[in-house]
Ligand binder design. Structure first.
Ligand SMILES: N[C@@H](CCC[C@H](N)C(=O)O)C(=O)O
Length: 284
């Protein structure tokens, strides 16, 4: 079967976006075979992406679309902040909706995406989940920080759930942070039973941070929207950051706002790169 797709990115966190409304993709179970998913995600043999995003019909009243997310390793996940902005832009560009405020359901819950006239998209990422079981993270009790032993070293970390799990470490300089070595160790740390996204945060001042994220199932990306939100709320919980924070990532800048009430709001751009078609196995 020939699959139509759009290549997009949110600050260099890149996506293959597929319309599953007009193309016959299975709604239960994976939309593509695992072999296709991994092949398409490969940067040498396929399209290359950090995540595959699939638009499907909603399963609940009052929701516009179902938003499905797959990491390049084939795992399905329930949150992707940069992807949510691209998803909003995609459904509008493709004429699937004319709404400026779009409600989508993910495997974890509902998200609201607001497209503004300046082309930016604000995503309500929901409230942070601190209870260890909700992250999920193995700890006796909820705390602001935890000591995590990895290899020969112990690290003071914060842990938070945003529909996906995040661990956040403070570093003096993101340029020299051990993202490539410690990132994979943390991703598969035994205390995170569903693996974890690992953020390395450098605080510049109370309203500005620099961040690198080693993403679960994708490796280090140029930006991670949920990672940016996780870093900000963890910094706030430690009393180090204000309600509105500018997050500098390798691919660009996001604005994150959280005042302790309602959801975390993340604002940033969403860019279309090109449209394409590629052969995949016919869905089962
Ligand atoms: N790039 C994303 C997060 C994608 C999912 C993540 N790798 C996970 O497995 O939880 C973002 O912008 O939030």
């Amino acid at each position: 079967m020939r699959l139509r797709f759009t290549k997009m990115h949110g600050l260099g966190n890149d996506f293959m976006v597929v319309d599953g409304l007009s193309q016959p993709l299975p709604e239960d179970g994976p939309p593509l075979s695992e072999a296709d998913l991994r092949r398409l995600g490969d940067r040498h043999f396929g399209v290359g992406f950090d995540q595959l995003l699939v638009v499907q019909p909603p399963r609940h009243e009052g929701v516009d679309f179902r938003y499905r997310i797959f990491n390049s390793d084939g795992s399905e996940v329930s949150q992707c902040g940069n992807g949510a902005r691209c998803f909003a832009r995609f459904v509008r560009d493709q004429g699937l909706t004319r709404k400026h405020e779009i409600r989508v359901e993910t495997a974890e819950g509902l998200m609201t995406l607001k497209v503004t006239d300046d082309g930016l998209v604000t995503v309500d990422m929901g409230a942070p989940r601190w209870a260890p079981a909700a992250i999920p993270f193995q700890a006796d009790a909820e705390a602001d920080t935890y000591i995590l032993v990895a290899g020969q070293n112990a690290y003071e970390v914060s842990a938070v759930g945003l529909g996906n799990p995040h661990v956040v470490l403070l570093v003096e300089n993101v340029n020299t942070a051990p993202v490539a070595t410690l990132g994979p160790e943390l991703e598969r740390h035994e205390r995170f039973p569903e693996r974890v996204n690992a953020g390395f945060m450098q605080i510049l001042n109370r309203r500005e941070i620099r961040l690198r994220v080693f993403e679960r199932g994708a490796g280090e990306t140029l930006a991670c929207g949920s990672g940016a939100c996780a870093a900000v709320v963890c910094g706030q919980r430690r009393g180090l950051l204000d309600a509105t924070v500018t997050v500098h990532l390798a691919g660009g800048t996001l604005q994150v706002h959280y005042d302790g009430h309602g959801g975390i709001r993340m604002t940033g751009p969403a860019s279309r790169v090109y449209d394409g078609e590629i052969d995949v196995e016919a869905p089962a």
